[in-house]
Write a protein that binds this ligand. Structure first.
Ligand code: GLN
Length: 236
């Protein structure tokens, strides 16, 4: 199974290193035709405007949209999540191209600037059950986005509680979020929808490879389904 890693900008080397720790080769993707050689794709974190400009320059958007539409497994981390979202709000989103496909709205810099970057322990029961190990996962949030709303086909894998008075931007951005108490609000930070996985944080910057392992399993399950439906349609 060849896993592509979009290698325009950002933490693609760290994803490739995490895959290597699992014995899997990550293939750097910089041109549309290179997508033909991989069965799944990771879109790393970085800076989504810069990444979008480089993707436009290399004429990658049509091929990336086709990859998602064909049902091939794609995991977006941080800026990669922004790329996969159908809609993005927040600073400097005007005109920025997105791949889309993930039925959600993201806020690009939900938690504030680089200085407001933080780490948090996340409870992700579905992945802990599948991958074993400790019940929580370290979430590294760097100028991180958050998911403001999701469609009915989107499964929420993880959220975090934040104090509503922590940043000035939060109250307006959070209007559509559920409140858990008057001062704490839940913010969605990881989701899955069919062939798509998306995280607002950076698992590739931790030593824990369970997110990568989960994606590889998801990719082989989605791949099996795709080849089953291809052979069924051939029989028809
Ligand atoms: N908020 C950043 C952006 O808009 C993403 C940050 C990241 O990928 N660490 O691109």
């Amino acid at each position: 199974m060849a896993v592509g890693v979009l290698a325009l900008q950002g933490s693609f080397n760290e994803h490739i290193a995490a895959l290597r720790r699992l014995g899997v080769k990550g293939v750097q993707i910089r041109k549309p035709e290179q997508l033909h050689s991989v069965t799944s794709l990771i879109i790393p974190g970085g800076e989504s405007t810069t990444m979008a400009k480089l993707a436009e320059y290399h004429n990658l958007f049509p091929a990336l949209r086709e990859f998602v539409k064909l049902g091939k497994p794609v995991w977006g981390t941080c800026a990669g999540l922004i790329f996969l979202a159908d809609k993005a709000s927040g600073q400097k989103t005007g005109g920025q191209e997105l791949i889309g496909g993930l039925d959600c709205t993201v806020h690009r810099n939900f938690f504030g600037s680089q200085l407001q970057s933080f780490e948090a322990e996340l409870s992700v029961p579905e992945i802990a059950a599948k991958e074993g190990g400790p019940p929580t996962f370290r979430g590294v949030f760097i100028r991180a986005p958050a998911i403001l709303d999701v469609g009915s086909d989107v499964e929420v894998l993880a959220d975090i509680c934040i104090q509503s008075d922590k940043t000035s931007d939060l109250d307006s951005a959070l209007e559509s979020q559920k409140e858990s108490t008057t001062s704490e609000k839940k913010v969605i930070v990881a989701v899955k929808q069919g062939n798509l996985l998306a995280t607002a944080f950076h698992p590739e910057l931790t030593a824990d490879t369970r997110w990568h392992s989960f994606f590889l399993k998801m990719a082989s399950e989605v791949g099996d389904e795709a080849s089953r439906s291809a052979s069924t349609s051939q029989e028809d």
